[in-house]
Write a protein that binds this ligand. Structure first.
Ligand code: CU
Length: 231
């Protein structure tokens, strides 16, 4: 399953395009397209960090290596991860300070507690859906896990392009999500009929950044440099 999850959709697309030529784009079992982030109807130049997945079909099964979302310079790296249902994510602390990774997202809520530089903890995600990941010390730390019932998923690069190979014949739904918009879904029939390219547009017009709360549901205390270094 892990092999079908591409971190950089654009790169995978480029490689397969060179290998098989343009006619491969519409052939049975392959799905290519592009995510467009549009604000008030205007496409954004940078369409990175959108999650794209085909709901339903499973990829080849096998032992998937744990995924990884590190804490680096008080940020989650990468910021966005796609996680196959029942997949495990490692959260290593690569910073010199303590962190407390947590989420209050529904059935996937968790609290890894405070842990030091060099330590790592992990969590397995059983429920499909979006998991908002925060740190209880540093309010600026924000990450997203999209847990999907799918063997076909990717995170877009700047060009928004995605490409999947070996999708089983049948009627599926392809979905796209970005942190600044709502989820978009389009019915997908494999093999694809030749025709217009597959464009998944996510409207980001209504997006407003809203501060989140800490694991106790309270606002974060004011941050100061000296307080921060205690950890
Ligand atoms: Cu932190």
């Amino acid at each position: 399953m892990a092999a079908r999850f591409s971190v950089v959709g654009g790169l995978v697309f480029l490689l397969s395009f060179m290998a098989f030529g343009p006619r491969a784009a519409g052939s049975a079992g392959s799905v290519s397209g592009r995510v467009v982030l549009a604000k008030s109807g205007t496409p954004r130049a940078d369409a990175s960090n959108a999650v794209v997945w085909i709901e339903g079909p499973r990829g080849a099964t096998g032992s998937a290596a744990p995924l990884r979302m590190a804490q680096e310079s008080k940020r989650f790296v990468p910021r966005v991860l796609i996680v196959p249902r029942h997949g495990t994510v490692e959260f290593p602390n690569d910073d010199p300070v303590f962190h407390n990774v947590f989420s209050v997202s529904g059935a996937n809520r968790f609290d890894l507690g405070l842990y030091r530089s060099g330590a790592s903890k992990s969590r397995t995600f059983a429920e499909p859906g979006l998991v908002r990941v925060y740190c209880n010390i540093h309010p600026q730390m924000v990450g997203f896990l999209m847990v999907v019932d799918s063997g076909f998923g990717a995170i877009t690069g700047k060009d928004g392009v995605f490409h999947f190979e070996g999708v089983p014949a049948g009627s599926w739904t392809i979905k796209a999500w970005h942190e600044e918009g709502s989820e978009t879904s389009v019915p997908l029939s494999i093999p694809l009929a030749a025709g217009a390219p597959l464009i998944l547009t996510i409207d980001t017009t209504a997006y407003r950044p809203v501060p989140h709360r800490n694991k106790y549901g309270k606002e974060y205390p004011p941050q100061s440099g000296s307080d921060d270094e205690r950890y």
